[in-house]
Design a protein around this ligand. Sequence first.
Ligand code: NAD
Ligand code: WQD
Length: 357
Amino acid sequence: MSVNFMRNKILVTGGAGYIGSHTCIALHEAGYDMVVYDNLSNSSREAINRVSTLIGQNIEFVEGDIRDIEALRQVFSSHQFFGVIHFAGLKAVGESVAKPLLYYNNNVIGTIDLLEVMAEYDVKNLVFSSSATVYGDPENLPIDENSPRSCTNPYGQSKLTVEHILEDLVTSDSSWNLIPLRYFNPVGAHSSGQIGEDPNDIPNNLMPYISQVAVGKLEKLSIFGNDYPTIDGTGVRDFIHVTDLAQGHVSALNYLERRTSSTNPSDMKKSVGFLPINLGTGKGTSVLELVNAFTEVTGRDIPYQFTDRRAGDIASCYASADKAKVLLGWQAKLSVNDMCKDTWYWQSMNPSGYKVS
Ligand code: NAD
Ligand code: WQD
């Protein structure tokens, strides 16, 4: 008897990027078929080549912009998608302050364009890359999904605006099934060392900065503030391994499939509506704790100095991960040490990222 293990087909926008490339592997391992759609504005074709090698199969890749409605229509007319995982977006907070129109255009208008084409082709299942940034400076910790939302920079506003658009869309038409996943601080790399985070220029985020100091590309880490009301005065974040994060997307898709295919009336209600879910570990780790863990795991010394707080930073941020566990059956498995080990493996194997050094 021949059994077809191939599951539904998924459109992955932004699938050449950091989180998208790891998610492609998780999707393949879970039996999903996928098409990656990316304009390569912050990624490289090499990431797709490496993912294809890792999974032993060529990934179908379309180079295109989510604001190019005609190009999107072509993709939707040539495939029958179950749903879309929408990673495509710009993500640098500082750049968004300098170029707000670029961020609103790319992240908000781009998402509207995508949703319009999805509606045209009656594809109404979406997993969207939202962010813990929508919680602003949280009143309570851990942060659950009902916490108040507010943002102080255009990047965060673009994510919050998209969330509002998704809520309005569900109000207008309850057949949409929309899951914004609110990521906390994604770090780490695939255990093969073949794919990982490859920032342009000097990294803004902590883990890539640490690893570039470790590999000798940067001289010293500046720790932004040591007078926060935290365990050691440095900022506390919920670092989550990108492999766990990728698996969270598979769990969200599984959930959408279960909910939308249930034929038993006593089963769960069919429409998912707007269902925001945190993806975090539920544990806070301070900047100093992360630096020390990196040194312990890799044996690399990370010279650092304390400097002033970075404008817009908050003291502490970590998730309540209960909703993901209860609804999706998902929880993070990998430790801070795993995050450091895999980051270092990727960085030391690829000192210049995907570029040929
Ligand atoms: P990334 O920059 O590595 O990946 C984003 C991908 O989207 C890139 O490959 C880029 O080329 C593509 N892209 C951007 N604009 C596009 C457009 N208009 N059309 C087509 N492709 C486009 O970023 P990432 O870290 O993988 O993040 C993925 C998503 O998750 C983003 O939406 C980001 O805002 C969100 N997010 C990231 C983090 C994080 O810390 N990395 C945290 C929370 C949320
Ligand atoms: C973490 C901690 C810094 C760099 C950002 C975005 C957020 C989300 C994830 C997309 C803070 C400290 C950092 C350095 C340091 N992205 N730090 N020296 O700010 O929590 O979140 O990325 O959605 O929206 O704002 O992450 O890695 O920049 O900082 O001391 O060189 O490390 O002050 O306490 P952040 P981060």
